[in-house]
Design a binder for this molecule. Sequence first.
Ligand SMILES: *Cc1c(COP(=O)(O)O)cnc(C)c1O
Length: 448
Amino acid sequence: MDETRHRDLAEQLDEEQGYRRWRDWRWQLQHSVSDIPSVEELLGIRFDQRQRGRLEATLRRFPLSITPYYLSLVDAEDFQNDPIFLQAFPRSAELDILKGDMADPLAEDRDSPVEGITHRYPDRVLFQVSNTCSMYCRHCTRKRRVGDRDYIPGREVLRAGLDYIRDHPVVRDVLLSGGDPLMLSDDYLDWILSELDAIPHVEIVRIGTRMPVVLPYRVTDDLAAMLKRHHPIYLNTHFNHPREFTASSRQALARLADAGIPLGNQTVLLAGVNDCPRIMRSLVHKLVQNRVRPYYLYQCDMSEGLSHFRTPVGKGIEIIESLIGHTSGLAVPTYVIDAPGGGGKIPVMPQYLISWNTNRVVLRNFEGVITTYKEPDSYRPVFCDRDCDNCRLSLKLEEAEEYKALGIEKLLADHDAAVSLVPAGNPRIGRRSENGAEPEREESSPGT
Ligand SMILES: *Cc1c(COP(=O)(O)O)cnc(C)c1O
């Protein structure tokens, strides 16, 4: 959007401070747009009386909230076809609840042992640490809850979730979700991450957030520095369309990547927004250029109010068909259907294995080449009774020992940084460190 329109928008929202504080994420949240007349005024568009009535009825069921930043990306000249507008602004079709649509299709509430925790898979949990978002995506799978409990849970509630994780040593991966976890202040999030760091069996933490897309100013240097103190942290974001890339969203991603956070992206396949192989190819290329690995492409869930966004599964398969082989494997997400009833994510792929017998498989590639792979004539399967100590594979799981130089060899080896060996208890070195000076790199302990 051009500079004058951006300035107009900022000043319409907040005449005194809008332009100056535009990049302040708290200002953005305070000025989120939540009613239809404001959208009309800010975009310079008009709905007729009948449309307005239907939209108001939609909002009573599923409320509206758009950050000024995200609203500013809408092409007002062609808003009906604008992918930003379609993801942010209600349509009366949301009230068409089809037979089979469900309030909680993924049974997240049912699979919840304590408030905020969904424990569906053996070794990882979803931890909803926020019940609010900066923007209400129209395609939210948790649409049933959007806006009705708009709050950030207090420490007492989160402690119950943390206790659950602490009491379940099988949990090695915790996904912070919500709502949007980055609605929390840096300090509050820092506290949660510190609590998780202190649980020995939690190996990694993942954050799911749409902030880089809908409010990139949330990704401050302070936030990135705080997250960096809690590694290993992974972050998955939610770009759905190439138009969502801007200088600010790129900068947010760069800040996170520079903090050493591996970035992933989860896209939802949405009719009229991104159900097109060309759009998807452009999207995944922009993602990898910005150091974001496309992780999942989701089939749109059967949640109430989403029927107008759903596509046939064949559209997803067509998109994956157009990516595999045609572009970097790194840029191809896994297409998944999240099973209604809580069965979890199920990957769906085009068919590449087209026939087989007892010693050959027939495959086709992305170009349509048909080929065979001949299987080995003999293969001795390993009998497995989980008696690993006696297995002929003698599998080792412990980390390998890295070669270390010993004694004088350390001083001769190019790969060792030692410059001198000093006997333990050398009084000269003792005096030196007493004076507060850093001891030189010296190796002195017996046995090295
Ligand atoms: C998606 C999801 C996860 C994480 O799944 P991954 O495939 O490991 O990314 C964990 N718990 C729940 C409830 C989920 O929906």
